[in-house]
Ligand binder design. Structure first.
Ligand SMILES: Nc1ncnc2c1ncn2[C@@H]1O[C@H](COP(=O)(O)OP(=O)(O)OP(=O)(O)O)[C@@H](O)[C@H]1O
Length: 393
């Protein structure tokens, strides 16, 4: 173990634990209205297929910036046969600054065809959903992410950028502003009668923001690789690396020179970009590649089970890093993760969640999978679009 990286997890029950204490959902997918009051411990949600377990995790994922764990259109989330009010998620959460009320939902006053999410913090409208990253940090694993190492780089970038929000909430604003400028530049180029000064201003913004994004990713990769040197029980050790032109420039030259290089590359690629509809260089072209250290194998060549174990290992290492750096692990949303682990890995996962002091939300159809968690987690049953906390545990 690297001596410089001695992680001291805070004791469980620490007041710094990030946790949802009350969750209310209205007209959210299968739920007309549901409410759950819980303590800071991990939460196990069990119920039959289609009962509404993932929908609850999705509702919690909206307590952080972005499109939630399914990346669904906001209007798709409105309960079919619900009234026209749009879905709402309200939560009382425990943050590092104390309890906070968060409310969010689809903005039904937006123009037709425009999808917008509104956020309220302690009743007051928030300037932008990015402020959610100042209060809570969330990470999730879903069955759809089983192909994360095989599919395109955009999923890996999203996964990794979300991890970066934890230590650096400003990263959420940076990424969203960069993507907004990227879309705006593509729109202007497509119109073919773009104002040169306006394009230059957008490229200036993309160069500064883009290199800041690459630098934040680089800093997280370095810290996360240190954290990954320590295997969590039977989970494999992972090593991450960034691959992309801007990432290479940042290693070869000072940040300001890398900004100049990106600005020049954007200016030079306008014609090409107007045809492709994108931008030839920038952090949106980078990839985050992972290796299975113990097998010395790229993640993409590992077996399905090994890839899943790697993803869990990275998520746990990140949670450990964040707990060590900020005093509180992120809230973890682990959809159907337990069912795919053998008994030893399941027990190791539960032990690690408890050692981290993380409020993890775990779903499954079979309660017996969660037996090793007894006494350390709270259990709720999901059925008929309702969720009920078990009084016996
Ligand atoms: N907009 C919507 N309006 C009403 N119901 C919806 C909407 N979107 C999804 N549903 C329904 O919500 C139900 C619960 O889905 P969810 O994915 O939460 O189930 P689950 O308990 O996680 O199931 P599984 O164990 O199969 O993963 C499904 O029957 C789905 O069809």
């Amino acid at each position: 173990m690297n001596a410089a990286f001695a992680i001291q997890p805070r004791p469980t029950g620490s007041t710094a634990r990030l946790a949802v204490r009350r969750l209310t959902v209205t007209d959210f997918r299968c739920y007309a209205g549901a409410r759950l009051e819980i303590d800071q411990r991990p939460v196990v949600l069990t119920g039959a297929n289609g009962a509404g377990k993932t929908n609850l995790l999705e509702a919690i994922s909206f307590l952080s910036p972005g499109r939630g764990l399914r990346r669904a259109k906001l209007s798709e989330i409105d309960r079919l046969s619900g009234d026209a009010g749009g879905w709402v998620v309200a939560a009382k959460v425990e943050t590092r600054q104390g309890p906070v009320d968060i409310g969010t939902g689809r903005d039904i006053s937006a123009a037709p065809g425009v999808e917008r999410r509104v956020v309220r913090i302690d009743g007051a409208p928030a300037r932008s959903q990015n402020v959610l990253a100042d209060h809570l940090s969330l990470a999730w694993l879903t069955p759809q992410m089983d192909r994360l190492f095989l599919d395109g780089a955009s999923g890996r970038r999203r996964f990794f950028d979300r991890l970066a929000y934890g230590a650096d909430p400003a990263h959420a604003t940076r990424v969203n502003s960069y993507e907004h400028a990227l879309r705006e530049r593509a729109r202007l180029l497509k119109q073919g009668r773009a104002d040169n000064a306006w394009l230059t201003a957008l490229e200036e913004q993309m160069a500064a923001g883009g290199i800041a994004i690459a630098a934040a990713r680089q800093a997280l990769v370095a810290r996360l690789n240190q954290a990954c040197e320590v295997a969590v029980g039977p989970f494999p050790r992972a090593a991450l690396a960034l691959e992309g032109a801007v990432d290479r420039w940042l290693e070869e030259m000072p940040a300001l020179a890398a900004e100049d290089r990106l600005r020049a590359a954007l200016a030079a690629s306008r014609r090409q970009d107007s045809e492709s509809g994108g931008a030839s260089e920038g952090p949106h072209r980078s990839d985050i590649v992972a290796r299975h250290v113990d097998k010395d194998m790229p993640a993409a060549l590992c077996s399905t089970g090994e890839q899943k174990a790697l993803l869990i290992a990275i998520t746990l290492a990140h949670a450990r890093l964040q707990a060590a750096e900020s005093g509180s692990a992120p809230i973890l949303l682990l959809d159907e993760v337990a069912a795919h682990l053998d008994e030893i890995r399941r027990a190791a996962l539960y032990d690690e969640i408890c050692a981290l002091g993380a409020q993890a939300w775990l779903t499954g159809t079979d309660r017996s999978l969660f037996e090793p968690f007894a006494g350390r987690a709270q259990y709720a049953t999901v059925a008929d679009a309702a969720v009920v906390l078990d009084s016996s545990v």
